[in-house]
Ligand binder design. Structure first.
Ligand SMILES: [Zn+2]
Length: 343
């Protein structure tokens, strides 16, 4: 989780020493460095999605068999979880790290048991390490390649959580990453056979959306990713389907549902934008792109001809007053040319 984004939205809830440390000089350095590194990251995001896009054929809802071939090629996913085990009892037996006890308790009350497999599996061995944030900031400033300051990190290969600041919101976010880790993939963030990963921005958006919902945080990190994922949820007949897909690393399910109304190109455009918001932030560009993407998704969901889905989408879209203005702005009447000129 990127610390600065959280800082910009929720600096009141961060410890005082940190708000002081991040003010002024460091903040300005951060913004300038971010713009340079973000342009590079965005170019990489573009190339990566182009490569992945070209690697698979068209996805059509009607062509199920072909879809399976194409998607398996993309996501290397051969396994699905079918075993319904007694995950709650397994979790009860685990000696849970003190700082996670309350988080686990709330989490298991809000998530279906069949989605708790990796929680039960990884909770046994997870290690939490408290890191020094000042060191992290110094490291960031002295390392040109380091493009962000992290508030927390989860490593799926070692099952370790690094916490740079003592915030429950950061810890529970990293904890949710742990609950979706099947050792190769985390949630919607998957390895592909083309030595490229896919779904990073989508994964951060859904992880933080759940984090905010389950633990009732007022502010959220990855706010644009969360905003878009909320709209994507309305593409599903039941929003729980997206949650199940997330805990089963099943990006295929998302692609298939999206491509009932949208095209493969539109799906990769969505993924690329979400990656840009998560890793290649350029504030003004993102701001424009965020609103553009919402209206692009609006056009796609309208193709469903499903009044409930369209209504649900509009309810979220027009919660944002700016989107109401933009909607009207797009349909401006031409100026009345016959009106008289007043002298
Ligand atoms: Zn994350």
């Amino acid at each position: 989780m990127d610390l600065i984004e959280l800082y910009m939205q929720a600096f009141n809830s961060l410890p005082f020493y940190l708000t002081t440390a991040l003010s002024g000089g460091i903040f300005i350095t951060y913004i300038s460095k971010k713009i340079i590194s973000s342009s590079k990251i965005r170019k990489e995001n573009k190339l990566r999605h182009l490569k992945l896009y070209r690697s698979i054929g068209e996805i059509k809802e009607t062509n199920k068999e072909k879809n399976n071939d194409e998607l398996t090629k993309l996501t290397k996913l051969f396994f699905k979880i079918n075993d319904k085990k007694d995950y709650l009892n397994i979790i009860k037996e685990i000696k849970i790290p003190e700082e996670l006890k309350e988080i686990v308790n709330t989490f298991v009350q809000n998530i279906d048991e069949e989605n708790l497999k990796y929680c039960a599996q990884n909770l046994k061995t997870v290690k939490i390490e408290n890191k020094n944030i000042i060191k992290e900031i110094k490291n960031y400033l002295s390392n040109l390649d380091k493009s962000t300051i992290n508030g927390g990190l989860y490593y799926n290969n070692t099952n370790n959580i690094d916490i740079f600041i003592d915030s429950k919101q950061i810890l529970s976010h990293e904890f949710i990453h742990m609950c979706t880790n099947n050792k190769t993939n985390c949630g919607f963030n998957l390895d592909t056979p083309f030595n490229e990963e896919i779904g990073l921005g989508l994964n951060e958006g859904y992880t933080e959306l759940l984090n905010q919902r389950i633990f009732k945080y007022k502010h959220c990190a990855y706010s644009k990713n969360v905003g878009i994922v909320k709209l994507l949820e309305t593409f599903f007949d039941n929003p729980k389907d997206l949650e199940d897909a997330f805990f089963h690393n099943d990006l295929d399910k998302v692609i298939l549902q999206f491509c009932k109304y949208g095209t493969k190109e539109e799906f990769f455009n969505l993924l690329e934008n979400l990656d840009n918001f998560a890793t290649g932030t350029i504030p003004l560009k993102d701001f424009a792109q965020y609103h553009k993407l919402q209206f692009e998704l609006y056009e796609i969901i309208k193709r469903s001809n499903d009044p409930i889905k369209i209504q649900n989408f509009e309810n979220i879209l027009f919660q944002n007053p700016l989107n109401k203005i933009l909607k009207n702005g797009f349909h401006l009447e031409p100026l009345n040319k016959t009106s008289k000129r007043l002298k």
